[in-house]
Design a protein around this ligand. Structure first.
Ligand code: HEM
Ligand code: HEM
Length: 186
């Protein structure tokens, strides 16, 4: 199958903008989280924790906006060249990633709340504590945060590999219609 010069179906400009904004934020927050975690206690470590938590809250907000938008804007249909099974896996991947994009920040926020640590977003405002402090629950949510992050990172890796396969092997328009430089206003 040859790649059409102009894709017939596209994501809206807003969906494309939000996809790449969240992707950029994730590409920053995951290495930041892994790096800060291993640092010895210092003012730099505390500052990085604060940036990490702030960015995480922003991601949560962006993903909620993105999901609300998606609710009213159906994504374009997948190419007919994909089998029913492939389409089912693609949909499950999208839904799974959205779920993890909520559970990762939420488990982080709950962990901080259980540990009684305030979450101040870029020094501007403090988000409310979600729960009363509890050291044991804090440890549980630290583990859940790690599990959610690991699963998210694995799914994103598979997601990127699948997008590249569509583009270079299947030569369909799945990647092109999510690229900003081909975006058209709708
Ligand atoms: C999409 C959002 C987020 C992602 C992908 C993410 C990712 C990570 C990663 C990769 C780590 C390193 C170790 C681990 O996996 O536990 C980490 C640690 C951490 N995250 Fe997040 N995070 C997110 C949001 C948040 C939020 C919103 C908060 C709090 C408000 C938060 C608080 C923390 C804390 C306190 C640690 C350190 C845990 C420790 O040192 O044991 N994270 N995060
Ligand atoms: C942190 C990184 C990323 C996250 C969290 C992410 C997440 C998502 C999600 C949730 C969707 C579903 C959109 C919807 O239907 O509403 C999606 C679609 C898509 N993403 Fe990503 N993505 C990331 C990075 C990338 C990268 C690096 C590429 C390209 C190499 C890519 C290519 C695509 C494509 C082509 C689609 C549309 C698939 C379709 O038409 O069904 N994504 N992404």
């Amino acid at each position: 199958m040859t790649r059409p010069a102009t894709p017939s179906t596209r994501y809206t400009g807003f969906a494309i903008f939000m996809h790449w904004l969240v992707a950029l934020a994730i590409f920053c927050i995951v290495p930041l989280g892994a790096y800060m975690h291993d640092l010895p206690l210092s003012p730099t470590k505390l500052q990085l924790y604060s940036y990490h938590k702030s960015l995480g809250i922003c991601i949560l907000l962006l993903v909620i906006i993105r999901l609300l938008w998606r609710y009213g804007h159906k994504p374009p249909a997948l190419p007919a060249s994909m089998s029913a099974k492939e389409q089912m896996i693609a949909h499950a991947m999208s839904h799974g990633m959205y779920l993890l994009l909520i559970t990762s920040p939420l488990t982080g926020w709950l962990m901080s709340s259980f540990f009684g640590k305030p979450v101040v977003v870029f020094g501007l405002f403090q988000v409310p504590d979600l729960v009363a402090p509890s050291e044991d629950m804090g440890k549980l949510f630290a583990t859940l945060h790690m599990l959610s992050n690991f699963t998210l990172a694995t799914m994103i890796t598979l997601h990127i590999l699948a997008s590249l396969k569509h583009h270079f092997k299947d030569k369909d328009d799945v990647l092109a219609r999510m690229l900003p430089f081909l975006a058209r206003n709708r």
